[in-house]
Design a protein around this ligand. Structure first.
Ligand SMILES: *Cc1c(COP(=O)(O)O)cnc(C)c1O
Length: 358
């Protein structure tokens, strides 16, 4: 395998057309993208080239049968203006775990890392400077075979593109516990960042919005009482000074932010518990006055505070964010690590390698 990435630079940059004080989320794309093909049992054609549309055959296997996976990560600037990644290798590892589950080929970690370093180095001017903003990085892979009939594809495409995102001032979200629809069952594909999981969540999310709630609190697929996740985030509860999160059982996506939060809490000497969490126990803790905080975690918002949870006919109202300790502390710590103002004890921060001669 020839691992060298060919670089073709765009003749002009769009960066001067972007209002960095007002970036619309998910609609702005930088000048270049990385592309690779899986052909004849190996990855080839590694190239960074001008961002453009791609052409797809109508019988493309991903469009019909759903072999499509993705990752979401960010590059940000330290207070000294140096671009950096947060735990980038974890995203490569998880992407390959998703690939295995969806019967897709793994993508070599050294090429994944080389590609994001080179792409972000080329797009350095696209990284927003404002605190809390970042260059969002979207690696994804899909079947590229042309065939009608359910089978694993023998060709795939792997692409990485990027786009600036503003600081995510998430207002606290209201949740409704979902007892009919499920996100994932043990043995299913809930642990994979597989495209179809998000399609399946759209209808329940719309119904929740119609009832006046921002997000769904997902419950397990068998007993409909064990808490899984919130929307597309992992979930944490602070009860009587201890921090609880559902244990990963095969149906819960293994968030990198989740793992980071557990380590940060351990570092601070705060007790963490990973276990099956019965929604009825959360109601009981609330009634006893012991439920202090609920928050979701993920790369996009880092921490998203929960304002209230509706479960059957019980409405759990949580204390105002100003009175919370754990969620805000986590958000500040992760933002601080990314800005380089908090000591990186675990080597989570990886400076983007500078490119010479491009
Ligand atoms: C991506 C994702 C998360 C969060 O994962 P991070 O690695 O923390 O960004 C949580 N739940 C779901 C369903 C996800 O897709």
């Amino acid at each position: 395998m020839n691992n060298i990435i060919k670089i073709t630079k765009s003749s002009r940059s769009n960066v001067s057309n972007v209002d960095f004080d007002n970036i619309p989320f998910g609609r702005t794309f930088s000048d270049h993208m990385f592309e690779a093909d899986y052909i004849n049992g190996e990855w080839t054609n590694f190239e960074i080239k001008p961002f453009d549309r791609i052409s797809i055959h109508p019988a493309n296997l991903a469009l019909h049968y759903g072999q499509s996976i993705f990752e979401g990560m960010k590059a940000s600037l330290s207070i000294n203006g140096d671009p950096l990644f947060f735990r980038p290798e974890q995203h490569s590892i998880r992407m390959n775990a998703s690939a295995r589950r969806m019967c897709m080929p793994e993508f070599p970690q050294e090429v994944f890392l080389d590609a994001i370093h080179k792409l972000v180095a080329i797009e350095k001017e696209w990284i927003p400077k404002k605190k809390g903003s970042a260059l969002y990085i979207r690696p994804f892979m899909f079947a590229n075979g042309e065939f009608i009939g359910v089978k694993e594809s023998d060709t795939y495409k792997f692409i990485i593109f990027t786009g600036p995102v503003g600081p995510y001032y998430a207002k606290p979200v209201s949740l409704i516990a979902e007892e009919h629809y499920v996100r994932a069952a043990v043995g299913g594909v809930g642990e994979a960042k597989a495209a179809g999981n998000y399609a399946a969540s759209l209808l329940p999310a719309r119904l929740a919005k119609e009832k006046g709630y921002d997000q769904i609190l997902w419950l397990d697929a068998v007993e409909h009482k064990y808490v899984q996740e919130v929307g597309t985030m992992n979930i944490f509860f602070v009860i009587d000074g201890k921090v609880l999160t559902p244990k990963t059982d095969g149906a819960i996506l293994k968030g990198i932010t989740r793992k980071t939060v557990l380590q940060l809490l351990e570092d601070k000497g705060i007790e963490t518990i990973e276990e099956l969490i019965d929604i009825n126990d959360i109601v009981e803790a609330h009634k006893a006055g012991l439920l202090q905080e609920v928050f979701g975690t993920g790369t996009a918002a880092v921490v998203s505070h929960v304002s209230k949870i509706m479960y059957r006919d019980t409405l759990i109202e949580l204390p105002p964010v100003e009175n919370r300790k754990v969620g805000p502390m986590i958000k500040e710590t992760i933002d601080g690590l990314r800005a380089g103002t908090i000591e990186d004890r675990h080597n989570w921060i990886v400076p983007v390698k500078q490119l010479v001669n491009v």
